[in-house]
Design a protein around this ligand. Structure first.
Ligand code: PEP
Ligand code: MN
Length: 340
């Protein structure tokens, strides 16, 4: 259950209300939202009647959410939430395309990708500076130097930039240089990292763990939101399957599922999900038709020379063609591309 305090509640009233709720529910957790303080009351089973607290002094409204997540639950914002990143909005009528190389490799490589994706109409530029690689011997990313390159491309291209933080100590540094902090699939349940992302002051792109249920994914979002950051965008990037034809199994049905469970915007990563450039096109179109709020697509000017995930990257011309196909599907769905 979430208790939203009235905006006129003064400090004494707020304290008294929190004490009353804590006595009833055990520990309560307070976060600030645009409309005032939200007190999360989580009790096992959450069997409290809303009427029990609705009449208490200082209460504006009570939102029932059975848990285990509350702030991420649809009930809090039935109309859906919108997340703004560098002038681009997730969760509104516009479909957001984030694109760029998997990893930032050099100034020239990033510039070529940025030029290609900006020219084709992408809304945000992606690029990893800290890379969580399966093998310790694989390219691990350029670190801070990569973040600086992203910052420079941001100035040149005008596009907001998105990059991953892989451990709590990196979050502040990443947040300083980019417009949106990405949490990768391997870290979806790294709770120290999620909490740090909740305090970083930037919107967060939260990828689904490749073996995570919808509930575990939304609990991960709750970790970020419970630290006071409401700006979370979910990203379905494929779950572990058994076929070898695709890298992972894109779970498109989870898009309408989490949209029913949560008010958070949801995007799809067809590149990491399939690992096959030819499949990125139909899966992007399918994501749009399934009601996703956007896609994140790997694009590289010279995939054969890429230091990370070149095999799944689209060439600039193929990305441009994809954007044309996508616009036609969006029109058919009564939507449009979100422009930077
Ligand atoms: C990425 O987007 O660069 C990435 C590493 O993705 P994932 O965490 O989904 O594997
Ligand atoms: Mn990758």
């Amino acid at each position: 259950m979430i208790v939203e305090m009235s905006q006129t509640a003064d400090a004494d009233e707020a304290r008294a209300l929190q004490e009353t709720l804590a006595a009833r529910f055990g520990a309560v957790h307070t976060v600030w939202s645009a409309t005032g303080r939200l007190v999360v009351c989580h009790s096992a089973g959450d069997d409290a009647e809303p009427g029990e607290v609705a009449g208490l002094a200082g209460v504006r409204r009570v939102v029932t959410s059975p848990g285990p997540y509350h702030l991420a639950a649809r009930a809090l914002r039935p109309a859906g939430s919108r997340v703004r990143v560098h002038g681009v909005e997730f969760g509104g009528p516009g479909f957001v395309v984030l694109a760029g190389p998997c990893a930032v490799e050099s100034t020239d490589q990033l510039a070529r990708s940025a030029e290609a994706v900006a020219g084709a109409g992408a809304a945000l530029l992606r690029g990893g500076a800290y890379k969580p690689r399966t093998s310790p011997y694989a390219f691990q990313g350029l670190g801070v130097e990569g973040l600086r390159m992203l910052g420079r491309q941001r100035a040149v291209s005008g596009l907001g930039v998105v990059s991953e933080a892989t451990q709590p100590e990196e979050v502040a540094k990443v947040a300083e240089h980019v417009d949106m902090v990405q949490i990768g699939t391997r870290n979806m349940q790294n709770y120290a990292l999620l909490k740090e992302a909740g305090r970083c002051g930037r919107p967060v792109l939260l990828k689904r763990g490749f073996a995570a249920t919808a509930e575990e994914w939304l609990c991960a979002a709750e970790y970020i939101m419970s630290e006071g950051n409401p700006d979370v965008v979910l990203c379905e990037r494929g779950i572990r399957g058994y076929g070898r034809e695709t890298r992972f199994t894109l779970d498109l049905a989870i898009v309408p599922v989490v949209k029913r469970l949560s008010h958070l915007p949801v995007v799809v990563d067809p590149s990491h999900a399939t690992g096959v450039p030819e499949l990125v096109v139909p899966m992007t179109l399918a994501a749009a038709a399934a009601g996703a709020d956007g896609v994140i697509v790997d694009v590289h000017a010279d995939p054969s020379a890429a230091l990370c995930d070149g095999g799944q990257a689209l060439l600039p011309d193929d990305f441009k063609a994809l954007m044309g196909d996508l616009e036609r599907v969006l029109v058919a769905c009564g939507r449009e591309l979100e422009r930077p």
